[in-house]
Ligand binder design. Structure first.
Ligand SMILES: Nc1nc2c(ncn2[C@@H]2O[C@H](COP(=O)(O)OP(=O)(O)OP(=O)(O)O)[C@@H](O)[C@H]2O)c(=O)[nH]1
Ligand SMILES: [Mg+2]
Length: 356
């Protein structure tokens, strides 16, 4: 009788690592991050330089844990804000086991792309080239782009994708695992990002502003959440530190001083994967007070709109989305304030970053 074959135990390797999403502004890095995670954690807009602070998107499966780093777009920095944005990019290049360079298939190759490739010259980490937005270009153009790029850097893979449609996103995920080292999980299964809920809320308000303004205004706008206060059944069941008391004092006409956390409690709760839906009746009420900062008085006038119509629209759009995220009824109180040259003020930039 033949001897039974010995069954080889093949324990699948668990792959873990950081993957930096980089590229020029507006190429679709944040859109791709949301697509890869199946949840919106980063804001997206058609205005360049939407992302200002890197955030992590944690994707845990039975194969491993990919920690995506969504970065600001690569550009030549003018203000302190932009220098900090670029610092995020450089530091992510150091952290990452793999770099995904996104380009926009609809855009012509130019100086901005040369600048990006120049940065990659000093990097030894493997790089994938992701040609994004293939849903709106002809196949022939994609082949021309591949032809142009293939000799510009020793890319490990060149993958045409559509972050909007999800084209080739699964293929990308599979290939990423091949480049990650075996390791233990860094984050627990329910963690999805390193950003706080508070930061996400500020970003959502900024996204709604970006949808309605043009020219220099997108760059000159910042959002600061002054207070978040939850009341109601679910809020009571949760920890007290989740709640921030409402601001009781007179509000200053500038950013609060650094270190002064309005209400006294710093909201650092990190985002997690969606929890089971809360029935309508059990939903708490959340009061959010936020300030939209701009650099000039005419910016303020534009954002307020005729008879306050634009700020009202921005408020409605932001509130609707925030209600979905918090599973709460939301009262959103928005104020617009002028703070000249905030993009060059370290204290203001610290404060905005501090929300994360
Ligand atoms: N047609 C199409 N549009 C896309 C795709 N991916 C992103 N976009 C659009 O491109 C614009 C920029 O997307 P973002 O994800 O904000 O780009 P980003 O690279 O994160 O931009 P920054 O944060 O400014 O660096 C938005 O208007 C998106 O809707 C895609 O696959 N196809
Ligand atoms: Mg972005």
């Amino acid at each position: 009788m033949p001897r039974p074959k010995k069954v080889q135990e093949t324990k699948k390797a668990f792959k873990v690592g950081y993957v930096a999403l980089i590229g020029r502004p507006n190429v679709g890095k944040s859109m791709l991050l949301n697509r890869l995670l199946g949840q919106k954690i980063a804001i997206v807009s058609n205005k360049p330089q939407t992302t200002r602070i890197s955030i992590l998107g944690i994707h845990t499966t039975d194969k491993g844990q990919i920690i995506f780093i969504d970065n600001p777009g690569i550009h030549k920095p003018l203000h302190k804000l932009n220098k900090r944005m670029m610092d995020f990019v450089y530091s992510s290049l150091e952290t990452a086991s793999l770099i995904c360079l996104l380009i926009d298939a609809t855009q012509k190759y130019g100086h901005g792309d040369e600048f990006v490739l120049e940065i990659l010259k000093n990097v030894r980490t493997p790089v994938f080239l992701l040609i994004n937005k293939v849903d709106i270009v002809k196949k022939g153009n994609i082949l021309l782009i591949i032809d142009k790029y293939k000799d510009l850097h020793p890319f490990k893979e060149i993958i045409p994708i559509s972050a909007v449609r999800g084209t080739n996103v699964e293929v990308l995920e599979k290939l990423i695992y091949d480049y990650l080292p075996e390791s233990e999980k860094i984050y627990s299964d329910d963690e999805i990002s390193d950003q706080s809920e508070r930061f996400l809320l500020a970003e959502i308000i900024r996204e709604k502003v970006l949808n309605h303004v043009e020219k220099e205004l997108p760059w000159a706008t910042a959002v600061y959440i002054d207070t978040i206060e939850r009341r109601g059944p679910r809020a009571e069941a949760e920890e007290g530190e989740r709640t921030q008391p409402m601001d009781s004092g007179e509000r200053s006409e500038t950013f609060p001083e650094s270190g002064e956390s309005s209400g006294g409690v710093k909201q650092t709760e990190k985002m997690s994967k969606p929890r089971p839906a809360v029935p309508e009746k059990k939903r708490p009420v959340t009061y959010i007070k936020a300030t939209i900062f701009v650099e000039k008085d005419n910016h303020r006038i534009i954002i307020l709109g005729r008879r306050g119509q634009l700020i009202k629209t921005i408020g409605i759009e932001a509130r609707r989305e925030i209600e979905e995220i918090l599973e709460s009824k939301v009262f959103l109180d928005l104020h617009v304030k002028v703070r000249e040259n905030w993009r060059d003020s370290a204290d203001v930039l610290d404060l905005i970053e501090g929300q994360k």
